[in-house]
Structures are given as C-alpha cells and as structure tokens.
Design a protein around this ligand. Structure first.
Ligand SMILES: Cc1cc2nc3c(=O)[nH]c(=O)nc-3n(C[C@H](O)[C@H](O)[C@H](O)COP(=O)(O)O)c2cc1C
Ligand SMILES: O=C(O)C(=O)c1ccccc1
Length: 349
C-alpha cells in the first residue's frame, strides 16, 4: 500500500491513459498556480508546543449541523468514471465510510440521486453547481440536489469562462468518451437529451440572491479569494465559503489558496473552507491555524480512485486522517479546534 498521497499519484499516473492523467493533474496556462498551491504550504513552517499532556486527539468538526469525523471534505471534481468504472458511486461509498462530506460535482458521471443512494443515509452529501443562464435549469438542478437529500449547495464562482488547459488542448481532450455523460444534465429540457454545462460570463450577485431565495439549503460560494468578496457574499445570505482557485485550473498566477485564507477567515463569521494543494496532515493543520474550519481535497481523491477504486479513496482519506492526528500530537493540540494561529510562521529564507 502507498505510504503517501504522492505515491498514490505515481500509481494513478501509471494506470491512467495519458490524456486522463493530464486532465486531472493539469491546470491553466503555465500551471504556476497548480505548483504554488503546494509550494505555499511547504514555505509555511510549524512552531510546535510541548508538554501539554494530551493522551489523544479529537479530529471531529461540525458543518451546518452535521458532525464529520475529520476536517477534510472531498472537493467536487468532474468525471470520476475516467478514473474508475464505478466512478462517483465508489467515491460516495468511501466518503461515507470515512464519515466525511462529499461535494458531488455537477459534472459527475453519475446522477446526484444515484450518488446519494450509493453513499447511503449516513453520507453528508453536498452538491456543487454552476449557475446556468436559464434559471429554470438551475432550479431543476437545485431541486434534484434537495430531493437527493443534499445538505448544502456549493456554487462555483471562479469560472465565468473555462480556463485554458494546454495539456487538454495538446491531447485533443474536449469531450467524455462516447456513451458517458454528465448525468445531472439529463432530461432538463423534456426531450430526453443531455445538456452541456455552460460557463456563464455575466454572473453577478443578483444570481446569488436568486439562488439563495430558491432553496432552504445553506449556500456555500466556491472560488472566492478576495476578502471584500467574502464580506459581500455573507451580506447576500451565503452561509459558507470555500476559498479556492480551482486547483490552478482557472486563473493562472492566482494567489495560492493558503495565502488567501487567513484574510478571509478574519472578516467573516461563516465557516471557511479552503482547497488546493493539500497533500499532508501538516497542510491541514496550517489551514486550521489560519482560521479554516476544514480543507477540501480534489486530486488526491482522484489518485486514490484511479489507483485502487473505492478502497483507494478510503486509503487516501485514512492516510490523511492518520497524518492529521500525528501532526496535532506533534504540535501539542488535542483537537482541530485547538490549533492556534501562532502555530505557523512564514519561512524566512
Ligand atoms: C480533474 C478536476 C476536475 C474538477 N472539476 C471541478 C468541478 O466540476 N467543479 C468545481 O467546482 N471544481 C472542480 N475542480 C476543482 C476542485 O473542486 C478543487 O478546487 C481543486 O481540485 C483543489 O485542488 P487540489 O486538486 O490540489 O486538491 C476540479 C479539479 C480537478 C483536478
Ligand atoms: O475540470 C474542471 O476543473 C471543471 O471544473 C469541469 C467543469 C465542467 C466540466 C468538466 C470539468
């Protein structure tokens, strides 16, 4: 069994067709931000406390009333069937087993209803949506998420247009293999077809007002990086923020997310999550120190899924759990809530 997420990535790379690995690993333009997300974690150094007498650690946290067993959620990623034949159904089972949140992508290769069934009653399932230009379509997607028992709605706002992914262009990867579809986009117009997901360039805060009014589910904005946008979001009824640069797949040279999260957590009272470049338990502790309630992982889940299916996702999540537990012990913290800002220092060199 691999000993680290890095080793899972190597296994996945060996197993996947080149164009699939490139789609998953790659990002926009020169991939500066893909690398920056990971490098920014490495640049931060921990300043541990000693002799605080803690027999064991509590990794649990609460999100919108649901208790989850560790401060790690599965960020939404498209097309899990490219990684494993069971696709999102395997991911949902692994998330349920781990006792954490799965954020299912609108671009899933299984429908939100089928994902909910696979995960079972214990899975805290959230749905990620791109707001569509036709409000009726957006409303239908929201109803499907509600009917599936989703506990929150995550609206991705960093994608008014699609990022320029050079690897995909080089590989000619623009569509799913024949016969596979974004199952959430089926039967939206009454003709039994599957709609393409639109990136909508004129999205505005009005759309967020509309969406918040459309549902009783808590709305989380994904892709906020500027503290002023975070404050505005809360003013518009948004109940949580996922600080994200889409894993470096949208705006290249965007700030590393761990460098953005503290300034956002400082100005809002809602739960703040962060994703991008989390590969070790120590990364999670750094995010908690900067005020995040939890982190999201995108690619690590895909590496587990590609390497060993459902068990691979479980192994990735359990590796992270063990690493977080060890990092908490070694920094002198008894729980996720005890991680204080002064545990992290910028590296001086
Ligand atoms: C292959 C792939 C597909 C993704 N698809 C989506 C998506 O459908 N919706 C979305 O909001 N974010 C999507 N993302 C972004 C992730 O939710 C997340 O922000 C990012 O992967 C976090 O960085 P990490 O991969 O370094 O953990 C995708 C990321 C990857 C790598
Ligand atoms: O690849 C992505 O990052 C992504 O967000 C996406 C969205 C819709 C369809 C396919 C991929």
């Amino acid at each position: 069994m691999p000993f680290s997420i890095r080793e899972f990535e190597a296994l996945a790379r060996d197993r996947l067709p080149r164009y699939v690995y490139d789609f998953m690993a790659g990002g926009a333009d020169d991939e500066v931000t893909v690398r920056a997300n990971e490098n920014a974690f490495a640049r931060l150094r921990l300043l541990p406390r000693v002799l605080r007498g803690r027999p064991k650690r509590d990794l649990g946290i609460t999100l919108f009333g649901d208790e989850i067993t560790m401060p790690v959620v599965l960020s939404p990623t498209a097309f899990h069937r490219l990684a494993d034949p069971e696709g999102e159904l395997a991911t949902a089972r692994a998330a349920a087993r781990a006792g954490t949140v799965m954020i299912a992508s609108m671009a899933s290769t299984a429908s939100i209803g089928d994902i909910a069934k696979a995960g079972g009653a214990d899975l805290a399932l959230w749905f990620q949506a791109y707001i569509q230009s036709d409000t009726g379509i957006t409303r239908t997607l929201v109803r499907r998420a509600e009917d599936a028992g989703c506990r929150a709605l995550v609206v991705t706002v960093d994608s008014p247009v699609f990022g320029w992914r050079e690897r995909d262009h080089r590989n000619g990867f623009h569509h799913l293999p024949v016969g596979w579809h974004c199952e959430n986009m089926r039967d939206l117009t009454g003709d039994g077809g599957v709609l393409d997901i639109e990136m909508v360039a004129d999205l505005s805060w009005d759309h967020i007002d509309q969406l918040v009014a459309m549902t009783d589910l808590p709305v989380v904005l994904k892709g906020v990086l500027h503290p002023d946008d975070a404050v505005t979001a809360v003013d518009h009824g948004v109940r949580g923020l996922l600080v994200s640069n889409h894993g470096g797949r949208q705006l290249d040279t965007a700030i590393a997310t761990i460098d953005a999260v503290a300034d956002i957590a400082a100005v809002v009272d809602v739960p703040v999550l962060v994703d991008g470049g989390v590969r070790r338990g120590t990364d999670v502790v750094k995010a908690l120190a900067f005020g995040a309630r939890a982190v999201g992982v995108g690619r690590p889940v895909l590496w587990g899924l590609a390497a060993r299916g459902e068990d691979g996702v479980t192994e990735v999540l359990e590796l992270l759990r063990a690493e977080i537990d060890r990092a908490l012990a070694l920094t002198g913290c008894a729980s996720a809530h005890e991680v204080a800002r002064d545990l992290v220092r910028e590296d001086r060199c």
